[in-house]
Design a protein around this ligand. Structure first.
Ligand code: AMP
Ligand code: MN
Ligand code: MN
Ligand code: MN
Length: 352
């Protein structure tokens, strides 16, 4: 059994290390019943505009009740629902409209750790944000080229170029892109193994980078009218004591929210984040961190917020996107199986 939420504030496209174009991610969001989706690529916002345009196009089709409007398939597009335990799948076209919230995931360095911060609901054209993006682009490119050279010496062919070819023009190339390349070249049995063998600190293709500071990232997001959110706080390899120190530093810098709920997360980790969100009086956010087809992470998957918490949509900055303190997240509890591509093609043939 899993929960599908209609709100997801963290995901990636081919503008960084996501496997799908912004339009494909948006279409997937409709098929999984989302009403609010933030696009939060690493260190840039170049996927946001396409996502917004795609949602405008699909919303218009729904409102016109056009023949070409996306069908009400909720997750059936890439999975087979075998049971609905709670909630309803079917909705009217009007209930299926999707709002894209502009976002970014900024790489920062805090005490020698790489820490991610989501900026939500910001003005993507703001000059201060653009300056930060330019600065990060230089660092990202240097690092991506550096990792590429190391992988080339280890026998990979044109690694940097091939990562660029698979992503959008001007994309942020992260270790996530390289991990997929290593996996697809058969040099690791999984993405995780690619990290362990090549990409993690201490491994042969690791390149250290000094990102921007937390205060700089927070200030920039605030200047651009967005909400600074500490991303996936439990995923850093640091002790509980250091995590609390990090959260305090983030809050002291002006951070106002933290992610509490993610797709791929142990219940005990979520419990601890619920506790920290209350202790530090930070609003609670939720996001799948979806990158690619997979069992454990998908848009809206396993995202809910404990009723003790103050959800991030209490922040007035999200009013511009139609969210406010009265908003009630819609959750459907389902049991479903992912459908393999070949099988899916076969099924759709049969349907036609
Ligand atoms: P970078 O910002 O270049 O260090 O790359 C970080 C990205 O790599 C993250 O956003 C994830 O997408 C991915 N990543 C990091 N660690 C892992 C891991 N152990 N397994 C899979 N993906 C990972
Ligand atoms: Mn990533
Ligand atoms: Mn991250
Ligand atoms: Mn992410």
């Amino acid at each position: 059994m899993t929960i599908i939420s209609n709100v997801d504030f963290h995901c990636h496209t081919q503008a960084s290390d996501g496997a799908f174009t912004p339009s494909q991610v948006v279409d997937r969001a409709y098929s999984r019943g989302l009403n609010f989706l933030a696009i939060t690529d690493h260190d840039l916002v170049s996927g946001v505009q396409e996502a917004i345009q795609r949602a405008q196009y699909q919303n218009a089709k729904l409102l016109e009740h056009s023949e070409d409007a996306l069908k009400d398939t909720l997750i059936k597009a890439n999975a087979l629902v075998t049971q609905i335990e709670n909630g309803v799948l079917e909705r009217s076209n009007e209930e299926r409209l999707l709002t894209i919230i502009p976002g970014i995931e900024i790489s920062t360095t805090w005490e020698n750790e790489q820490i991610h911060m989501v900026g939500l609901g910001l003005d993507i054209n703001h000059s201060k944000l653009q300056e930060l993006i330019e600065k990060l682009k230089v660092k990202r490119t240097e690092r991506a080229v550096g990792i590429g050279l190391k992988l080339e010496r280890l026998g990979f062919e044109r690694p940097y170029e091939r990562c660029c070819e698979k992503a959008q023009e001007g994309a942020s190339i992260t270790r996530g892109n390289y991990a997929r390349l290593i996996y697809e070249d058969g040099k690791a049995h999984s993405i995780d193994e690619a990290f362990h063998k090549f990409l993690r600190r201490g491994q042969p293709a690791y390149v250290k980078t000094e990102w921007v500071s937390i205060p700089e990232a927070v200030e920039t997001v605030l200047a651009a009218g967005g909400i600074p959110i500490l991303a996936h706080p439990r995923r850093y390899k640091i002790s509980n004591g250091r995590l609390r120190k990090l959260i305090k530093a983030f809050k002291d810098a002006g951070g106002t929210a933290m992610e509490v709920s993610s797709s791929q997360q142990k219940p005990v980790d979520r419990e601890y984040l619920i506790e920290l969100s209350q202790k530090f009086e930070l609003q609670a956010s939720l996001g799948s961190d979806f990158h690619n087809e997979g069992i454990y992470r998908d848009l809206g998957q396993n995202l809910n917020l404990d009723s003790k918490l103050t959800p991030v949509w209490h922040d007035e900055k999200l009013q511009a996107f139609g969210l406010n303190a009265d908003f009630k997240q819609r959750l459907v509890h389902v049991t479903y199986q992912k459908v393999e591509k070949a099988e899916k093609a076969e099924n759709s043939d049969k349907a036609e």
